[in-house]
Write a protein that binds this ligand. Structure first.
Ligand SMILES: Cc1cc2nc3c(=O)[nH]c(=O)nc-3n(C[C@H](O)[C@H](O)[C@H](O)COP(=O)(O)OP(=O)(O)OC[C@H]3O[C@@H](n4cnc5c(N)ncnc54)[C@H](O)[C@@H]3O)c2cc1C
Length: 370
């Protein structure tokens, strides 16, 4: 039998089988564990891969947009209603270039048009504004469904690092997702996919999914030690790694750095890590809870604190994996890696750079950051 290939054009319609809120009372965040049922799909993935999923927009936001332009939600657009089209297929949170250009053209000489010609002012103006904001701020332009729809971008899939091993959890895929919520211009807003998963999935909802392989982010095929750095939701692929090691009975050395704000409310999967330390699928766990003391402690500080042992593992050929926040964490962790190699490996600044370059060439330094 030839296995069906699922992709963006032909996703598998999966179902949520379990959801658990990982953050506990007292946390300022909302991070959740999702278990998605793949039965009937024969879908396969490896630890390190991501799941792509096609989300749906918030129906309340779709209704507000339709109210604003005075359009009939039931009006047909091809085979779907106007409401369904905006709900399922188009980006209504982030205004795209065609909508911006159309408004600019209709408002020559306006402060909006001027701001759109200046990249810095443009970015500042657009930050935290959605399609509803832009249309609301330009009531002089009378958009209709026919003129608005072609100006909207298609609704994009979102990627999530898979936090399970298929061999440990047959016919399932697990995700660890931080719900994105914020307030902007006096209105509460939410990330499309993360709030859809957290707040709007009904029993019958199908989740269109496919696997996005990441062939570079893999467990080693030999006995090389591994060091994993995954603060926040960055821990997701490392849960998959540890599960896989347990199923395979791998007992080479594995060290996990995990970080969040508070131990009491954000120590995701704590019991699983403790069990893994017991059975040897994890050798060492180092945590950094940034707000549990007066001064902030992050994973990069713990790497430095444990620098001598970190260097020993590297010297034994350890592979270093980093997953999570691209904006700050990845750079801070990279700087800490250079510093500890310099300090404990007895190298100059230049020597540490060369060592890290060699790690990259030898596929011993992998980053999956977003
Ligand atoms: C390879 C890969 C793996 C990933 N793995 C994970 C994972 O394991 N877990 C996980 O949680 N995420 C993961 N992500 C991120 C994930 O894909 C989504 O980007 C994330 O969930 C947000 O998507 P969303 O649809 O909820 O939000 P979107 O609708 O995409 O909204 C996010 C946008 O909202 C805006 N925004 C956010 N906060 C504010 C604010 N305060 N003020 C103004 N604007 C704001 C920003 O423009 C931001 O880009 C991964 C990404 C990649 C590329």
């Amino acid at each position: 039998m030839i296995a069906t290939v699922y992709n963006r054009k032909n996703p598998f319609q999966a179902r949520l089988s379990r959801m658990e809120v990982l953050t506990k009372p007292g946390s300022s965040k909302d991070t959740r564990h999702f278990e998605i049922d793949l039965s009937g799909s024969s879908m396969e993935y490896e630890p390190g891969d991501s799941l792509a999923l096609q989300p749906q927009n918030d129906p309340a936001l779709v209704s507000s947009l339709l109210d604003l332009i005075g359009a009939d939600p039931e009006q047909m657009v091809g085979e779907k209603t106007l409401f369904e089209t905006l709900h399922d297929d188009l980006t209504i949170t982030e205004p795209g270039p065609r909508l911006i250009d159309a408004i600019k053209k209709e408002t020559p000489g306006s402060s909006f048009a001027d701001a759109m010609d200046d990249p810095a002012r443009k970015a500042m103006y657009l930050y935290g504004r959605d399609v509803l904001d832009l249309l609301g701020e330009h009531p002089e332009i009378r958009f209709t469904a026919d003129t608005l729809l072609p100006l909207l971008k298609p609704l994009q899939v979102r990627l999530y690092s898979i936090s399970s091993s298929l061999r440990a959890c047959p016919e399932q895929v697990h995700l660890t997702v931080a719900t994105v919520t914020y307030e902007s211009h006096g209105r509460a807003r939410g990330g499309v996919a993360s709030t859809w998963l957290a707040e709007r999935l009904a029993d019958h909802t199908r989740i269109p999914v496919y696997i996005q392989p990441n062939k570079r982010f893999r467990l080693p095929e030999n006995d090389a030690p591994i060091i994993m750095c995954g603060p926040g939701t960055g821990v997701a692929p490392f849960r998959a790694f540890v599960q896989e090691r347990r199923v395979q009975g791998t007992n080479s050395k594995a060290w996990l750095f995990f970080g969040e704000q508070h131990r009491s409310s954000e120590f995701f999967y704590e019991e699983e890590w403790n069990a893994a330390l017991q059975d040897g699928s994890l050798t060492k766990l180092t945590t950094a809870f940034s707000r549990d003391q007066a001064h902030k402690i992050y994973v990069q500080h713990k790497m430095m604190e444990e620098g001598a042992e970190f260097w020993k593992w590297l010297d034994e050929g350890a592979i270093f994996y980093v997953c999570g926040d691209k904006t700050r964490m990845a750079a801070d962790v990279d700087a800490a890696l250079h510093q500890l190699i310099e300090k404990h490996g007895g190298k100059t600044d230049e020597g540490a750079k060369e060592y890290v370059e060699a790690m990259k060439k030898e596929h011993r330094y992998h980053r999956d950051v977003y």
